[in-house]
Design a protein around this ligand. Structure first.
Ligand SMILES: Cc1cc2nc3c(=O)[nH]c(=O)nc-3n(C[C@H](O)[C@H](O)[C@H](O)COP(=O)(O)O)c2cc1C
Length: 175
């Protein structure tokens, strides 16, 4: 893949919130996690974990925890990407909290881009109430859910989301 192929790959991804309902095979899930496992992490501690959810009843509960977002109910596969505080804090103390969230965010991004590479559609969901999500998934207290990644098959929208001009992000030398 050359740099223009890479740019094309990035610019053809879009959040998709409607799915055909077709199931995602185990070997596709394995591919996604093989990709996520290549992600960089602080001290190479890989302070992230994920809960794989396919059960319709649990998806319904998670949708309610995500303020009724329908893609959480309808995606055949949910990957709840979590920060593992203990793994990172055991070496980095308080700073490990931030590192674990960064590790989980990067791993989630790799899962999202790997889905795109497999022609699967995804939507990153960050708007959810953490306490019910913890309860539904029986998460231990040192595990923080960072994102619900909704994954399914479906079509890309005809129009991709606009972005602000890159220059508005940039500050040269100092702010
Ligand atoms: C941190 C974060 C939180 C997000 N939370 C939600 C969400 O709760 N529900 C949703 O439908 N989309 C959510 N999104 C997806 C964004 O709305 C989407 O990425 C953005 O509008 C740009 O569109 P694109 O992904 O199609 O390029 C979230 C994305 C990020 C990165």
């Amino acid at each position: 893949m050359d740099s223009s192929d890479f740019f094309q790959f990035l610019t053809t991804r879009s959040s998709v919130r409607e799915y055909t309902g077709a199931a995602i095979d185990d070997h596709e899930i394995t591919y996604l996690f093989d990709c996520a496992a290549t992600a960089p992490s602080a001290g190479n501690l890989e302070a992230w974990d994920a809960v794989i959810v396919r059960d319709p009843g649990r998806r319904e509960e998670l949708s309610e925890a995500a303020f009724g977002q329908q893609q959480v109910r309808e995606a055949p596969l949910l990957l709840i990407v979590c920060a593992n505080y203990v793994r990172s804090m055991s070496r980095y103390g308080e700073r490990g909290i931030l590192y674990a969230v960064q590790d989980a965010t990067i791993a989630g991004t790799y899962l999202m881009l790997a889905s795109h590479a497999r022609n699967l559609r995804s939507c990153w969901v960050g708007a959810f109430d953490e306490d019910p999500v913890r309860e539904i998934l029986s998460l231990p207290s040192h595990i923080r859910p960072v994102a619900i990644l909704c994954i399914g098959k479906g079509s890309l929208p005809r129009e991709l989301a606009d972005r602000m001009p890159v220059s508005e992000h940039l500050h040269h030398e100092t702010w």
